[in-house]
Design a protein. Structure first.
Length: 94
């Protein structure tokens, strides 16, 4: 019985952590949709840290239309800052 209770508590912690992650992802998707007209296809290079007690998030946002943005947020009550990534120029022949 003790093992089952421990397993249930562990599952609950994983689900709770997943919900917290989903909350900022929902915020990010809503903010970039309104400010940049981007429907999020997926996120990459996601970094979550706690700095001086504040949640700091860095992520690369890939839009359905092919645009890519760097997104940062330096506190859970702050809005995200978006910087559009410029497409790489094709190498020129010598």
């Amino acid at each position: 019985m003790r093992h089952r209770l421990g397993a249930l508590l562990a599952i609950g912690l994983v689900l709770e952590a997943g919900s917290a992650c989903a909350a900022w992802q929902d915020d990010l998707a809503a903010e970039i949709r309104v400010s940049r007209g981007c429907s999020v296809a997926y996120l990459s290079q996601v970094v979550e840290r706690t700095v001086d007690g504040r949640q700091v998030i860095f992520a690369k946002v890939h839009c359905e239309d092919g645009r890519v943005f760097d997104a940062t947020r330096t506190g859970s009550l702050e809005p995200f800052d978006f910087k559009e990534c410029q497409p790489a120029r094709e190498p020129q022949a010598c």
